[in-house]
Design a protein. Structure first.
Ligand SMILES: Nc1ncnc2c1ncn2[C@@H]1O[C@H](COP(=O)(O)OP(=O)(O)OP(=O)(O)O)[C@@H](O)[C@H]1O
Ligand SMILES: O=P(O)(O)OC[C@H]1O[C@H](OP(=O)(O)OP(=O)(O)O)[C@H](O)[C@@H]1O
Ligand SMILES: [Mg+2]
Length: 281
C-alpha cells in the first residue's frame, strides 16, 4: 500500500487535500484524523505537521509527501522534489526596518531571527557571511520590535505582515517556493508512485486547460488552427452543412477569452468552452 504524507494544518493543508480529492482519493472528514486508509486506491494517508513531512519521507518510512519547497530545503532531509504543484506560492526573504541593510553582504555580524534556520544558514554560507541566527517558531516580525534581532528572514506572500510590522524586504529573494511532492532521494522506480503522480499531473492539466469547440468555414481552418494548435493537434471534423468544419482543441484557461475573440473575428461561430474534469495525457 502506498504511504503518503499530507500536511495536517497551515497554508498547505486544504489545497493539498482538495487536489487529492480531485485526483479521486478519499480524504478525511474530521481534521482530528491522523491516518486514513483508502482501500479502493490502495493508499494510506498520514496527516503530519508540514515541517515534519520531509523528515518522514527522507527516512524512507513514507513513499511520497506534500510539502513546501522552502520546508523541504530547510529540513536538509534526504528527500527530493518530484513535482511542483502551483499552490501555496511564496518567496523567502530578508526584511527589516527601512534602511537597515540592502543586501545579504551587509548582514556580517548582525542578528537574524527566522523559523527557517537551515535555509538562512545555507544562504549566508553561500555568500560567505557570518551572522547570528536565532530560531523562532513564528510571528518573527515582532522579533525586531522587541530587540531580539536586527533583521528577519521569513515567508512573504502578500507582504501584509511585513507592512503591518513597519518592515521592508531587502536583497534578492532567498528562495521562490510553492507546494511540491517529494520522494526519498534515490528511491526505486515504483509503478504505484508513477500512477499517483500521473493522477496529480492530470489534475494540474485539468486546472490549467479548458476544452474549446467551434465551427468555422473550411477555407479558414488553417488560420483557426494556428490560434488553437492544441497540445498535439486539434480534432477537425466535417459538419453536415457543406463548407463548414468543427474544431476541438485544448487551450490555456487564462487565454480562452482572447482566443474566442480572435476566432470570432475570423468567422468562427458556436464557440464553446467546457471544463476538463480529469485527464491523462
Ligand atoms: N502566507 C503564508 N504564510 C505561511 N506560509 C505560506 C504562506 N503562503 C504560502 N506558504 C507556504 O506554506 C508553507 C508553510 O506551511 P505552514 O503549515 O508552516 O504554514 P503556516 O500557515 O505558517 O502554519 P503554522 O500555523 O504552522 O505556522 C511554506 O511552504 C510556505 O511557503
Ligand atoms: O506576506 P503575507 O501574506 O503577510 O504572509 C506571510 C506571513 O504569513 C506567515 O505567518 P503565519 O500567519 O503563518 O504566522 P506564523 O509567523 O506564526 O507562522 C509568514 O510567517 C508571514 O508572517
Ligand atoms: Mg506560519
Amino acid at each position: 500500500m502506498l504511504r503518503i504524507a499530507v500536511p495536517n494544518k497551515g497554508s498547505l493543508s486544504e489545497p493539498a487535500a482538495a487536489m487529492l480529492h480531485e485526483a479521486g482519493y478519499r480524504q478525511r472528514k474530521d481534521s482530528k484524523e491522523l491516518v486514513l486508509v483508502d482501500p479502493e486506491n490502495n493508499v494510506e494517508f498520514f496527516y503530519l505537521r508540514p515541517r515534519d513531512i520531509a523528515i518522514y519521507v527522507g527516512s524512507g518510512r513514507l513513499d511520497v509527501g506534500f510539502t513546501g519547497r522552502d520546508l523541504l530545503l530547510d529540513s536538509e532531509a534526504n528527500a527530493e522534489e518530484v513535482l511542483s504543484l502551483g499552490f501555496a506560492g511564496s518567496t523567502f526573504r530578508f526584511a527589516g526596518p527601512p534602511g537597515v541593510a540592502s543586501s545579504v553582504k551587509e548582514l556580517e555580524g548582525r542578528r537574524i531571527a527566522t523559523s527557517y534556520t537551515g535555509l538562512v544558514r545555507q544562504h549566508l554560507a553561500e555568500h560567505g557571511v557570518t551572522a547570528e541566527v536565532t530560531k523562532l517558531d513564528g510571528a518573527v516580525e515582532t522579533a525586531v520590535q522587541l530587540g531580539v534581532a536586527d533583521v528577519i528572514a521569513d515567508v512573504v506572500e502578500t507582504g501584509t505582515s511585513l507592512r503591518n510590522a513597519g518592515m521592508e524586504v531587502f536583497g534578492d529573494p532567498i528562495l521562490v517556493s510553492d507546494a511540491v511532492v517529494i520522494r526519498p532521494v534515490g528511491a526505486e522506480e515504483d509503478p504505484a508512485v508513477d500512477q499517483f503522480l500521473r493522477r496529480l499531473q492530470g489534475v494540474l492539466v485539468a486546472r490549467r486547460y479548458v476544452m474549446m469547440d467551434y465551427d468555422i468555414r473550411a477555407e479558414r481552418v488553417h488560420e483557426a488552427v494556428a490560434l488553437t494548435p492544441g497540445l498535439e493537434s486539434p480534432t477537425v471534423s466535417p459538419l453536415h452543412s457543406e463548407g463548414w468544419v468543427a474544431v476541438r482543441a485544448m487551450v490555456l484557461r487564462k487565454e480562452a477569452q482572447r482566443i474566442m475573440d480572435d476566432l470570432w473575428s475570423i468567422g468562427a461561430r458556436a464557440i464553446l468552452v467546457t471544463n476538463i474534469h480529469a485527464c491523462r495525457l
